[in-house]
Design a protein around this ligand. Sequence first.
Ligand SMILES: N[C@@H](CCC[C@H](N)C(=O)O)C(=O)O
Length: 291
Amino acid sequence: MSALANHAFAKMNGIGNEIVVVDMRDSTAKVTPDDARAVASARGGVPYDQLMVLQKPRLDGTEAFISIYNNDGSEAGACGNGMRCVVRRIFEKSGQTTATFETAAGLLNAWRGPAPDLYTVDMGAPKFGWQDIPLAEEFRDTRYIELQIGPIDNPILHSPSVVSMGNPHAIFWVEDVNAHDLERFGPLLENHPIFPERANITLAHIVDRDHITIRTWERGAGLTRACGSAACATAVAAARLKRTERKVEITLPGGKLGIEWRERDDHVLMTGTATFEFEGNFDPALFAPAG
Ligand SMILES: N[C@@H](CCC[C@H](N)C(=O)O)C(=O)O
């Protein structure tokens, strides 16, 4: 039987990014990709974009090791919106206002503020090297890479910037983020052979030097109302192209995030709300073997 059967969960969202938080710090049991897919089931499950599983801390001074699952059962190194949800949950239970977490992508500091309903997560430093993203072949300059879809002489989307924020991101610069069929092009680009570990695909429109609008097709989760790491990747990619300041507001379908690419240590800070919806216990029938 799955470790998640009857286990308590909290359904939350980070500006519309659907998040389920499970605290398993009192257990050594592992969540499997099958468990993660079962939780997302539309029949009796709790459909989500990301499942955030808190496990016992591995390092002194950290609150938890967090495993992040997409709804297709794959694991992600980073999830900005999910982290704000985890942070809110922990802070409300413990009264803390700061904490450090570990994920597959490394250590993350988080704190409450700058306003009472806001949470800030230090998402770490972006990586731009083609092997770090990773790409399947060498690109010396990842500010724009050669990649396009549509007719060769009149591509629909082309020349994305690529960035790792602990997970791979490709950002296509467009005039109108709603003018493209992301549901159709997203899966093609996510699974393009140039991305050996697949990628999160974002359409971004630079409104002015302080403001960008985006829509994202998430690796392993599809079209979402918000992707925090995509907002960070976009802010960094735009600043790297000198098209925006290092501190910007990002508008996503589900709301707004403040992103600052800090000069002094290269870290990216993401600030936004986190919303609690309901809590419950997983129905064990979800994890029963089929047949
Ligand atoms: N929603 C997340 C990112 C989720 C991970 C992504 N789908 C991946 O596999 O890289 C966010 O808010 O950052």
